[in-house]
Design a protein around this ligand. Sequence first.
Ligand code: ATP
Length: 468
Amino acid sequence: MTDLDAVCAELKLEDEKAIVAAVSGGSDSIALLILLHDYLNKLEATQTVPQLVAVTVDHDLRAESAAEAQFVAQFCAQRNIRHIIKVWKAEKPSTGISAAARAMRYHLLMEAAREAGASMIFTGHSQDDQVETYIMRQSRQKNASGEGANDFRGLAGMAVFTLLAREFLLVRPLLNARREALRDGLRGRNIQWIDDPTNLDTHYERPRIRQTRKEEEHQSYLTLIDQAVAKRTDINQQVADYWDANAQLAKLVAPDIVLLDTALLAAMPQEAASLFIGFVLAHIGGKNHLLRFEDRDFICQTLSASQLSQKRMNYAGCVIEAGLKHHRIWREHRNLPVVSVAQKSKILWDQRYYIQNNSDEAIEVRPVARDDFHGFCLNNDLNRHDFFQPAVFSCPGIYKKNQLCGLPALGFQCAEMNDISVSKHYALLDNVLTGHDFILASRFYQHFGGGELNPVANICRKFHKNRL
Ligand SMILES: Nc1ncnc2c1ncn2[C@@H]1O[C@H](COP(=O)(O)OP(=O)(O)OP(=O)(O)O)[C@@H](O)[C@H]1O
């Protein structure tokens, strides 16, 4: 038995044109495909159903990968299921191949989903995958004195729902199913799958864990995961509640400048304050990960000390200026990129801003030089504006032929900027947003302006809270 039917029932699939099943050809994803197929067939008797589209990513890292993709293609053809193969064609990196392959896999799955008109991508992660993930993260913590140590958040494992690129819902309906039970189900129906040889290669961490972990410990790992989920949810909720009740104490006073009333951090329980400061720093510094636990704790302790010995600290690409009434946080003016953007193209600048150049000439995006800025003010009568210097020098300056023609993040632009648009990117939330953090993220978008579209809020509305 799996949760697949219950998870799907929550998703209002009748509104979807298509759904994607990510199928490697291994037992779990073949089981996923079959169960989704069964579910949709049943549902079809009473309502319209989306097209089921299986997608296989050929990472092109092993000689057999193309044949494996063909195996899935044939499997789908026999069942009249649409199948797409996406091949990772580009040159492969020499190190960090597993992480690069995972990132590329999700990139290609999203590409296929976009082509198919699907907004949901289902994967076959099982309860065994979940426990293995827990063990890997736990062992990293044990070995880590720095990054990862004490990070109970990671121990919550994978969530049933995750938002990818604020565009796709990643659904893992088999997270409560045992791999062997899924295989028994396939055997019972005489269905074959592929055994990927890398799953047995003990040079890799996951296969090592797969082979050495003890079945009798499985249940206790599930309990530990549940505890980590409960703790993560609880602390997220604490931050959300304090923030809701005290929204005026944490203000985005200009793009990428936050003013924190000292009372806010002082009022929050320690772990909530540490998490909150981590979210704010990632937002201002353009980071897609939280600052490590120890550093966040140190910052909170320093900021709440009654005698402020340290006035300024630099962390996560931010300057934190401690004050007796307010603390001020802004993007430090170091390591800001200088990027040329070709005509009709788009880039992500400093992990904070998307710059879309629809004009017919290349532009350069870089931090504004002081002299350029003064000239720009004089030419554009901007002197009367009272804005914050730190924001000016850390936001993207748009240059055409070496002339500053706009600071769109601050709302200043000349006519030359008409074909150039700039939008905010929240690196920590916008790439991969696990369901464990939906509630906190929705507050973040709400209080710090997450743009017009707020898919997180929609998803919170769409699903029952207890499934997040
Ligand atoms: N090459 C791939 N193409 C499409 N989806 C994939 C691919 N590799 C993994 N996935 C998806 O991610 C899930 C988890 O990946 P993982 O690496 O644990 O799977 P696997 O061992 O390759 O195969 P399986 O989970 O099917 O037994 C899979 O169940 C599948 O949904």
